[in-house]
Design a protein around this ligand. Structure first.
Ligand code: ADP
Ligand code: MG
Length: 305
């Protein structure tokens, strides 16, 4: 923050206001808050004279804020304080600033990769529960149970349902709910992540990318099943992530247009070259089932509505 006092003194000196100086200072001392402060602290005339520029600073900034002007330290409110028998101005964050700082801290706990921006504001309280009471309850229960004991393993949710019913929104709402309680989570759009990991092969960065995902305290894989998997992505990327999370008992969520059964048969079993690998598919499925409980989400398509 700039030294506001310095700047004010500079203005007083430079703008040829010397003539008006007394007028400005008298005006500043006429401020009710200043009068109360002076009275309360019983300052002598000499002390008041030496405090004049600070009092002027205080009143000027207060007026700027009142008039909606940009102050030298936006978001901070001036406050009169006593320092060595002289008046000084302290700057305290305004309620709004504190609120927005708190909001930013909460947001920072949700790490997102290729997720729509709209989920930043997703809230369980806004989730339309009609016909989806069980799912909403399970989501709320997860947050409560995790908050009560984050070390204990809890199954996440495998949300299946058609396009636009709000699966991604609900995952966002859970992540935001956890963030409000102080917990971190990672959400990623799985098909985009798969492309990124493939792209990282040349740069030797694959392990790093997978590591940072697999270790997330809470992980949400969005839209799994929407692309076509290679055997490598299935076994050495998805498989590695899920294996780690199963061993470490880390909560994991999924959303998909496919039911678990369809995910197994249509997504995991047949690779992008059309080869069937049922045993490998089953291993991945076992991990998904260990990590999450399947819920079918119904509702209208909310996109473009
Ligand atoms: P899905 O992931 O099931 O395809 P989305 O979660 O992307 O569906 O939801 C579709 C659209 O509806 C998005 O624009 C999302 O922001 C919006 N949406 C979903 N649920 C809600 C809700 N409860 N309140 C407000 N908007 C919602
Ligand atoms: Mg979605």
């Amino acid at each position: 923050m700039k030294d506001v006092g310095e700047e004010m003194a500079h203005q007083l000196r430079n703008r040829n206001w010397v003539k008006n100086y007394k007028e400005l200072i008298d005006d500043a001392f006429a401020d009710e808050e200043v009068k109360d402060f002076v009275k309360e602290n019983q300052l002598s005339q000499a002390e008041l004279a030496r405090s004049a520029s600070k009092v002027y600073e205080f009143v000027s900034i207060k007026r700027q804020i009142k008039n909606g002007e940009v102050t030298p330290a936006p978001g901070y409110q001036p406050q009169l304080i006593l320092s060595n028998h002289l008046i000084d101005v302290a700057y305290v964050p305004s309620e709004e600033l504190m609120k927005s700082q708190k909001q930013a801290e909460i947001r920072a706990r949700v790490r997102t990769l290729n997720m729509p921006k709209a989920i930043r504001t997703a809230q369980l309280a806004d989730f339309d529960i009609t016909g989806r009471e069980e799912i909403a309850q399970a989501a709320a229960d997860f947050i409560d149970t995790y908050t009560a004991n984050p070390q204990k393993f809890i199954q996440g949710m495998y949300l299946q349902g058609s396009f636009g019913v709000g699966k991604t929104y609900l995952l966002g709402a859970i992540a935001n709910g956890l963030a409000e309680e102080g917990f971190r989570s990672t959400m990623l759009h799985f098909p985009s992540f798969a492309v990124e990991v493939k792209g990282a092969i040349g740069s030797n960065n694959v392990i790093g990318k997978i590591d940072s995902i697999k270790k997330a305290p809470v992980l949400m894989l969005d839209d799994i099943g929407a692309d076509q998997l290679s055997s490598w992505l299935r076994d050495d990327v998805l498989g590695i992530i899920l294996q780690y999370r199963m061993q470490e008992e880390l909560p994991t969520f999924f959303s998909s247009n496919l039911s678990l059964q369809d995910l197994l048969e249509q997504y995991l079993t047949v690779n992008n070259r059309g080869e069937a690998e049922p045993l490998k598919a089953r291993r991945i499925m076992e991990r998904i089932v260990f990590l999450s409980k399947e819920y079918t989400m119904i509702g209208r398509n909310r996109r473009h509505s």
